[in-house]
Design a protein around this ligand. Structure first.
Ligand code: S3P
Length: 434
């Protein structure tokens, strides 16, 4: 959030139950990739159910500034791509709050001709960018950072393919290297120890590129051209996470999601909720441009959620869901222990510190570790003033915790939900019985 923006407060009252059916706006990660690759491709792409969040609007605005033609209507977003060659913009490209935009765009622009500067808001300017500069430089890119951070200045150069093993599990870094590899000479290979979300691989294929995959690597031959597509973006599982966790708290709950993105690299929360005792039903699975989409039903266990440990690969795969999992942890019987999640400290906020602070504000006991949290179960929370810290997922996670608290909760900085999910509070009011 910029320092001039006004913070809004939202009061969340406790609920008696969660009931209803929802069709959620398009997945943020997929929308970014469709915007960026549609911007590079030849021809006019058309996307329905494109993410309504401010982050994906940043990706669209950037490709627009780079020469793509973007048309926004109530039904769809159309992107007429530049056919492989972006026009350097004399103004800096504003990535807003979006790490995905900045990191993936760096990969897309490093092999282009001309100079480009990527900037972001205060939160994005604090986030680590060396993780993309390093591999792209190894391919021959010329990228300047300020002490490892944005602004990111790229002087486009012809790149050479490389074989890269990602040091931290990061789909954004993997994507940056693949997007550069698409335009480099030779075959670029990315290897990862933990398989992160694979939307870039699927989107590249949807736009006509050949991408080879093994269990631990992805490779792409440089010099391939992308062609425009028409696509409906699946509902966002990471947005559904707030409602899935809310429903899991109420024994009489029944919540159904239609058209929800069920990509296996994104659906780990369903396994966690099942392990906690919730009943999850999945039906009508369909493949849309390689992305699985389906109907999901959640019902809570009659006698409360149990507890679990999330560590190792699971922590990486659940990285965006950990704030809401932590926020409902006090209401479980045995508590939730999170480890190997140090990456949470370099998200839109330090999510470990902010989750701990806000849980404590609600009266919970919680222990903070460098790479995680221990949240004991069997706790009662009371309504409190929550500091969202300009972080959309913190604002929404604590709105969910508020549903089972005693008394009302004030979410300070509630406007940040609009980064990924502007409809969040309205939909919460729709499904929460008070
Ligand atoms: C994303 C990857 C993840 C995730 C972020 C979106 C993506 O970040 O936390 O919200 O769309 O590729 P990292 O790549 O930094 O893990």
């Amino acid at each position: 959030m910029s320092s001039t923006e006004v913070q809004t407060e939202r009061i969340v009252a406790p609920a008696r139950n969660i009931l209803g059916s929802l069709r959620l706006p398009g997945d943020k990660s997929i929308s970014h990739r469709y915007a960026l690759l549609g911007g590079l491709a030849a021809g006019k792409s058309r996307f329905t159910n494109f993410s309504s969040g401010a982050d994906c609007a940043s990706s669209l605005a950037c490709v627009e500034a780079l020469g793509a033609k973007v048309t926004r209507t109530a039904e769809a977003i159309e992107v007429e791509g530049v056919g492989g060659v972006f026009t350097p913009s004399s103004n800096p490209l504003d990535c807003g709050n979006s790490g995905s935009t900045m990191r993936m765009l760096a990969g897309l622009l490093a092999p282009q001709q001309g100079s480009f500067t990527l900037i972001g808001d205060a939160s994005l300017t604090r986030r680590p960018m060396e993780r993309v500069r390093k591999p792209l430089s190894q391919m021959g890119a010329e990228i300047e950072l300020t002490e490892g951070h944005a602004p990111v200045t790229i002087h486009g150069k012809a790149l050479k393919a490389m074989d890269y093993t990602t040091p931290v599990p990061s789909a954004q870094v993997k994507s940056a290297v693949l997007f550069a590899g698409l335009q480099a000479e030779g075959t670029t290979i990315v290897r990862e120890a933990v398989r992160t979300r694979d939307h870039s691989e699927l989107a590249l294929r949807a736009f006509g590129a050949q991408v080879e995959r093994t269990l631990e690597s992805v490779s792409i031959v440089g010099g391939q051209k992308l062609q425009a597509i028409e696509a409906a973006v699946p509902g966002d599982m990471s947005s559904a996470a707030f409602f899935l966790c809310a429903a899991a708290l109420f024994p009489q709950s029944n919540l159904i999601f239609d058209g929800l993105g069920m990509n296996p690299t994104r659906a780990t929360l369903l396994d966690v909720l099942t392990a906690l005792g919730a009943h999850i039903g999945v039906l009508n699975l369909e493949d849309k441009h390689g992305e699985l989409v389906g109907t999901v039903q959640v019902n809570a266990p009659a006698d409360g959620l149990t507890g679990t440990t999330i560590s190792g690969a699971l922590a990486a795969q659940l990285i965006d869901e950990l704030p809401v999992i932590s926020a409902i942890a006090p209401y479980t019987k045995n508590g939730i222990r999170i480890r190997d999640a140090k990456e949470l400290r370099v998200k839109e906020s330090d999510r470990i510190a902010l989750v701990a602070k806000n849980l404590r504000a609600m009266g919970a006991e919680v222990e903070e570790f460098e790479d995680g949290l221990d949240v004991p179960g069997g706790q009662k929370l009371r309504g409190a003033v929550i500091d969202a810290g300009g972080d959309h997922r913190i604002a929404m996670a604590f709105s969910v915790a508020a549903l089972r608290a005693e008394g009302e909760t004030v979410i300070r900085g509630a406007e940040s939900a609009a980064i990924s999910f502007p409809e969040f509070f309205d939909l919460l009011d729709r499904v929460a019985e008070r």
